[in-house]
Design a protein around this ligand. Structure first.
Ligand code: SER
Length: 320
C-alpha cells in the first residue's frame, strides 16, 4: 500500500483516516475524494483532493489512473437511519458505488477496503458473542446492502483475485466529525450534550446493548487489516470487530464518573429502536484477533475520559 484513493473522505471515518494515512504514507500519497468540497477542512490543505461522485465509474477510474494509486478505500455510503428513510437511494448508492469501486479495483489491480457493519446481522442472528460466520438476515435496507456488499467483495476476490478486505464496524465514536444518520449516533451525541447541557435525552432505550468502538481503534484496525499478511487471512469480507458493548444506561453511568451531575432521560424513537434491537448485543471478534492481530486499546471509561476532555476543549467549556 503506497498510494491510496479514498472515497467519502469528509465522512466520519474518512476525515480521520485520510489524516492518519497521510501521516504514515506521505501527504501526496493519499488522494481524498468526496462528492462535495467542504471549505476550510484540513483535508484540503495537506494533500490532493478531487470531487468524485462514486456513481460515476469512469470518473473514479480516471482519478485512480491519474494518480497511479495501488489501493482504493471505498467509504461513501448512507448509514442505517437515513437508508431506512430512503431505501431506494440507499440501494443505488451503497450497491452502485461499491460495484463501481470494485470494478475500478479489478481493472487497475488495486488493493481494496470497504467497511461492513453490525447492521449486516438481523433478528435471527445469535445476539450474544455473535460468531464470525453465522446467520445474516438483516431487516433494514442498510443491512441488505451490507450483506450484499460483503458477498460482492468476496466474489471479486475469488472470481477475479482482487485483494478485497473489510471489517464489520460497530458504532463508531469520535470527537472530530459527526456521523451522518446512523442508529448508534446517540453514543456520540451524548458526549456533546453532556458538555453543552450536562444532560441528554436518549432515543435508544436504557437497556439496549450494541457494540461500539472509539475512532482511534477503528482507524488502527483499517490500517492493520490492509497491511496484514494475506497468507494469514482465512476470512476477508468482513471481519467482526468490537471494542466494547454497552447500553445507554451504562454510557450515562460512565459519563457520571467524570460529570457527577449529568442527567439522562429517554424519548425512544421507534424506528431507530427497532433497528437497534435487530442488531447483535456483542460480537465475537476472535477471527480478527487471530488472523491480523486486531487489538483495540480503548474501553468505555477510557473513551469517555478522552471524549470529554477533547470535546470540552473543542466546545470551549471547562466542565470536564
Ligand atoms: N453506525 C452505523 C449505523 O448506526 C452502524 O454501522 O448506521
Amino acid at each position: 500500500m503506497k498510494k491510496i484513493l479514498i472515497t467519502g473522505c469528509f465522512g466520519q471515518i474518512g476525515s480521520e483516516l485520510t489524516m492518519r494515512l497521510r501521516r504514515d504514507y506521505g501527504n501526496d500519497q493519499v488522494i481524498a475524494t468526496d462528492i462535495r468540497r467542504i471549505e476550510g477542512s484540513p483535508l484540503l490543505e495537506h494533500g490532493p483532493f478531487e470531487i468524485l461522485d462514486v456513481m460515476d465509474q469512469r470518473a473514479m477510474h480516471r482519478l485512480a489512473e491519474k494518480y497511479q494509486v495501488d489501493t482504493l478505500i471505498h467509504l461513501a455510503a448512507l448509514l442505517s437511519a437515513v437508508a431506512e428513510a430512503k431505501p431506494q437511494l440507499a440501494w443505488q448508492l451503497n450497491m452502485g458505488g461499491l460495484m463501481n469501486a470494485l470494478e475500478v479495483a479489478r481493472e487497475l489491480n488495486l488493493k481494496f477496503f470497504t467497511p461492513s457493519s453490525i447492521g449486516c446481522f438481523g433478528p435471527e442472528t445469535p445476539a450474544d458473542h455473535t460468531p464470525q460466520d453465522t446467520i445474516q438476515r438483516p431487516t433494514t435496507m442498510y443491512g441488505v446492502t451490507k450483506v450484499a456488499g460483503e458477498l460482492l467483495a468476496d466474489y471479486y476476490y475469488t472470481k477475479f483475485g482482487v485483494d478485497t478486505r473489510g471489517v464489520r464496524f460497530p458504532g463508531l465514536i469520535s470527537h472530530k466529525t459527526l456521523p451522518g444518520g446512523g442508529t448508534t449516533d446517540y453514543a456520540v451525541d451524548i458526549y456533546y450534550e453532556a458538555i453543552k447541557r450536562n444532560r441528554y435525552t436518549s432515543y435508544i432505550a436504557a437497556d439496549t446493548y450494541m457494540d461500539m468502538m472509539y475512532m482511534p481503534d477503528a482507524i488502527e484496525a483499517i490500517v492493520r487489516l490492509l497491511e496484514a499478511d494475506p497468507a494469514r487471512l482465512i476470512h476477508r469480507n468482513a471481519f467482526n470487530i468490537t471494542a466494547m458493548s454497552f447500553s445507554p444506561a451504562e454510557i450515562a453511568a460512565s459519563i457520571q464518573k467524570y460529570l457527577p451531575d449529568f442527567k439522562m432521560d429517554y424519548q425512544v424513537d421507534p424506528v431507530r429502536q427497532k433497528i437497534a434491537e435487530s442488531w447483535p448485543n456483542s460480537l465475537d471478534a476472535r477471527c480478527a484477533k487471530d488472523e491480523w492481530d486486531f487489538a483495540p486499546a480503548y474501553d468505555l471509561d477510557t473513551m469517555t475520559q478522552d471524549m470529554l476532555e477533547k470535546l470540552s476543549k473543542k466546545l470551549g467549556s471547562t466542565t470536564a
